[in-house]
Design a protein. Structure first.
Length: 137
């Protein structure tokens, strides 16, 4: 079974929205680990993923080697920047950096998916799952 990592930024809403990706990956045959700083306390509620707390900032990120797919909800947190850097430098072929923003015009688009501001974040992520990841559910 293929293994995927979904790393959400720290917001509650971001965490819940990125659980949709985790669920879609699970429905398509992936064993999924989702990283979020406090949703990990609710891990037993979600059968389709294991929710883990963020790694320590001192981590060497070697744990990324065990994943076939890495999806990172990037933000401006220092740990997040280090993780994106390491993943892009060492696992580019299996890493997707997503940076949705609800604040139109505040931040320049970045990452591997340019979100369509006319669509909801959920709709943009559904398109990503279908078109970029070729998921069927």
């Amino acid at each position: 079974m293929k293994k995927a990592l979904v790393y959400s930024s720290k917001g509650l809403g971001d965490g819940l929205i990125f659980l949709v990706i985790s669920n879609n990956l699970n429905k398509n045959g992936y064993k999924v680990d989702t990283f979020h700083p406090f949703l990990s306390e609710l891990d037993s509620w979600f059968k389709y993923t294991e929710i883990k707390p963020y790694p320590e900032i001192e981590s060497n990120f070697e744990f990324l080697n065990e994943y076939d797919l890495i999806i990172i909800n990037s933000d401006y947190n220092e740990l997040n920047k280090l993780l994106v850097n390491h993943a892009k430098n060492n696992h580019l072929e299996k890493t997707y950096e997503l940076h949705p923003s609800a604040c139109k015009g505040r931040n320049l688009p970045k990452g591997d998916l340019k979100f369509n501001s006319e669509l909801t974040v959920k709709e943009n992520l559904a398109i990503f799952c279908e078109n970029d990841l070729n998921l069927t559910n």
